[in-house]
Design a protein. Structure first.
Lengths: 135, 403, 403, 135
């Protein structure tokens, strides 16, 4: 599913029970990070649960490849949404994308606890900062 | 009985996610009876004034009320009112005590705590230990998170600690500690004994004279009272002997630029304007507690706890931590390797409010090799229906996770 | 306008000694608008939960509200929200700052305060001075109790203080200090500047960025908010640089028995469960302040103050102390050699609530060679009628004393 | 006026304005303590305003003589009432008198601020302690 499909799907669901279930299922589809990649350096500070994130360019050295994982299913689902926002974009394209705003639009931020919301913000900021480092 | 009491708690009749709320987070903070809310309301509408300073009727009346609650609490705890200090919470109380005792500590003295302590009963001692060179030691507990009482007594006998600070009941697991036994063991060594009663004030209504502790701390918000208020009991001699902690107005006898003298306890530990509405609201909470049948409530709570416990244990993959025989009604559980946060988040969508995480007891979680648990904490205002709703929601949640 | 606003304050419509109350003790604590009382009420009835820990909706909502008030206050003061720390009051704030700065002090450093300070801005510095060997020095004031600004600047230039801590407005006399000028003078010496805004938050609505101070402290209960809450602003770099003060839950990053790490400011200074209902009530107080016409209220207050002042000065034997040109609306007076307590007690029988005594400023009273004063402290919700009642009552009182 | 007369008089008055006025007038009738007697030792601890008190036996060495003063008129009036309770009694008689209870009976304690009430208590305790010292 691309990000628009995800968005449509989540918006079509009624109630948070269904939405969280969907988010969790999105997380399930995200491949697990090998333990060897769950390193201190990859930890995103400011998240309540553990979030590991690696960002790189693909073989053509053009498009973003982000891989990430979390020890909670729901946060992993949130990561899946964030990754769907950024993966495969050119860095300069990705700079234009504000996944946090998208979460807000979907009403997700308002529903998450403030610390989870800050976690999402921290992940997005981390991605943006790493993109800057590439350019 | 409980259906009647539940009517006194307006929040229990609200909704989460359009479902009737099942409030299972009383160990974090209890809900408040209407009489407490009314007392705060009435204070601000009709009685609001600063205390201890006034020639005017309002201020005199506020002071009288404020001091009357001190006496009411002292009676509740079976101590005298000048042994009660108001603080902003259990954390504030523990910091005050740790600072006050620090000059009694020297290199090689031992401060002994349990592995089940809340961070508020760990970090202040770590700080004081760092400052004084004293050693912080920890009592032994088993793999379930249950204190080993016999080994604990032995360790007290071996270490002869200068300070022993233990929670009466654990907020993370609900375990009730036999603090009286520990205190008795420590008595021969002149150990200063401190009991963290944050979780016990409501559930166990401790008689401090019988318990024999030197200090006892609590938070009002965990015992039907308002936020921003707590307090401590200190045996008068020890209490009055401690140096001042915070300084400012009210707690002084005389201030001049050449020097300042302080009042006796409890005044010397209460600088500045106190949480007057908090104290008055807490007075109403104590009235409420005095008006209900404590023994019946406790029996009900225990019944509810065991009902919850059996229902939970019947679910495959659930593990309940802690001491389930001596417990204030807190169930801390994990389900297989699932993350506590996922479970709590799903439960919330059913209107079930539980807590998940380390419950400010990271060393205990480390001891249990857990990143956290889901914690269901009961109070007498929870119903059997609440528990049924929770169990159903949990089963649905598990189904979803196993999908 | 004022008649309308008065309706918002239920306590103003109560009685003392069967007479309508004239509440002239706002410098001790202000009365609360109904909207503040309602916000506290609503919190306990519908929203009560602990903050910062929850997976459940109630806790998330409480946290959001709690943090939103931090931002609201930061906007009000024109600073950023991470520079705001919640405490239990101005006294707590000053103690936190004094403890936090103490390791910057060494023998021969100077802490400079004014002679008009409240004990809360004296005793913590005396304690820190004692501990560090630093010297506590005092700015010059005249026989009326008015700071001599030019001499004060000179003294700053001479002493090059490490710390300058001065009240923005005096609670005893009402004097407004030109703190910006003092701060500017001290800047070249890297002095850490602290402003006690307990009395100014309500009356002067300070813009802290314009003022340029490093720290600012206040109490919510003196600015229409609930009791048991205060706070401080600290310039972020300095604030975050200070060592932790109290320790416990929430303020930690990670606790283990082998060591503990702390969060960044403001979190590191907020251990334990905060005064959540207090913060939420204070949010309503800020909303109230933001909803009224500040300039108009200030003009009204000043008009009322001068009306009171002239009426008082017309009475033979009355002496008014302090700076009557730059004043937040506090009149501190004596009548011949009569004792302030007798005057206040008689006034109270007329329904007039004033304060008498040293107002927690004993060194100032010593400077003025007074045992105390009668203090009439105004707020925008006082009416001209209140002042007339007071003046009549005072005249009767004087007749009685002269009998 | 003896203590019964004072009590009747205060009870007959309506409202605290009149009562305080009467109390103050009682204070006015109490002779001022010479400055030389306003010594540290005579200060009663626990009173919010200054209260000096001396207790002795009369020339016959039988009956109590208490002299006292305060810097506030109202407290001086309260002292006048207390003195009327005790002066001229034999120590063993005075031991039976509880002036604080009498103040409570008159509703005075309830009306005074708590610290004033404590002040009255402190004065009465001081008197009782000094009587004990005589016996
Ligand atoms: C100028 C000043 N500073 C500090 C304080 C102390 O405030 P609180 O008693 O609320 O801590 C007060 C209160 O009287 C004050 O007026
Ligand atoms: C056992 C225990 N001690 C101390 C505390 C700290 O209480 P507070 O956060 O009210 O200061 C708590 C609260 O969670 C607790 O459960």
């Amino acid at each position: 599913m691309d990000i628009t499909q995800i968005q449509n799907r989540l918006n079509s669901l009624n109630g948070w029970q269904a939405k969280y279930r969907e988010i969790m299922l999105l997380g399930k589809k995200l491949p697990a990070l090998p333990e060897a990649l769950k390193i201190e350096d990859a930890l995103v500070r400011g998240c309540e649960s553990n979030v590991w994130l690696h960002l790189d360019l693909d073989e053509s050295q053009e498009r973003l490849v982000i891989i990430a994982d979390s020890d909670t299913r729901i946060v992993k689902g949130l990561l899946a949404i964030i990754l769907a926002c950024y993966n495969n974009l050119l860095p300069q394209e990705a700079k234009q994308v504000d996944a946090y705003a998208l979460f807000e639009e979907m009403g997700l931020i308002q529903h998450l606890s403030p610390s989870r919301g800050n976690g999402v913000k921290a992940i997005v900021e981390r991605i943006q900062n790493q993109i800057d480092a590439f350019q | 009985m409980i259906e009647q009491l539940r009517k006194d708690f307006p929040l229990l009749h609200t909704h989460i996610e359009e479902q009737p709320i099942c409030y299972f987070d009383s160990a974090a903070t209890t809900q408040k009876p209407q009489s407490v809310i009314d007392a705060v309301n009435k204070f601000y509408q009709q009685e609001n004034a600063n205390v201890h300073r006034g020639a005017h009727t309002l201020s005199a009346a506020a002071t009288t009320q404020y001091e009357a609650v001190r006496t009411k609490l002292a009676d509740f705890l079976n101590v005298t009112s000048k042994e009660i200090v108001w603080t902003k919470g259990a954390t504030d109380s523990l910091n005050l005590i740790a600072a006050g005792l620090s000059e009694k500590l020297s290199h090689d003295d031992v401060i002994l705590i349990s592995p089940l302590e809340h961070h508020a009963n760990i970090v202040p001692w770590q700080q004081i230990a760092q400052k004084t060179g004293a050693k912080l030691e920890v009592l032994p507990a088993d793999q379930q998170g249950v204190l080993d009482l016999e080994a604990a007594k032995q360790l007290i006998n071996t270490l002869k600690p200068k300070i022993l600070s233990v929670c009466h009941a654990s907020n993370a697991l609900g375990n009730i500690h036999d603090v009286a036994a520990l205190i008795t063991t420590a008595k021969p060594y002149n150990t200063i004994t401190i009991v963290d009663g944050a979780q016990s004030l409501l559930h166990l209504r401790p008689d401090l004279s019988a318990m024999g502790c030197d200090f006892f701390v609590f938070s009002a918000h965990k015992a039907l009272g308002p936020t921003g208020l707590g307090g401590l009991f200190g045996r008068y001699e020890l209490l009055n002997d401690m140096p001042v902690y915070q300084t400012g107005g009210e707690m002084i006898e005389r201030v001049s630029f050449s020097g300042t003298t302080f009042r006796d306890a409890p005044g010397k530990f209460e600088p500045g304007t106190p949480n007057i509405s908090g104290v008055i609201g807490f007075g109403a909470a104590l009235d409420y507690l005095n008006s209900v049948d404590a023994a019946a409530l406790s029996k009900y709570e225990q019944g509810l706890y065991h009902y919850l416990l059996s229902a939970l244990k019947a679910i495959d993959g659930i593990k309940v931590w802690g001491d389930t025989e001596h417990n204030i009604g807190v169930v801390s559980f994990t389900y297989k390797d699932e993350h506590h946060f996922d479970i709590a988040t799903f439960l919330n969508t059913y209107g079930v409010a539980v807590r998940s995480g380390h419950h400010c007891t990271q060393p205990l979680m480390e001891h249990l090799s857990l990143s956290g648990t889901v914690r269901v904490s009961l109070a007498f205002y929870n119903s059997y229906n609440d528990v049924d709703t929770f169990i159903d929601a949990l089963k649905d949640t598990i189904d979803m996770l196993e999908e």
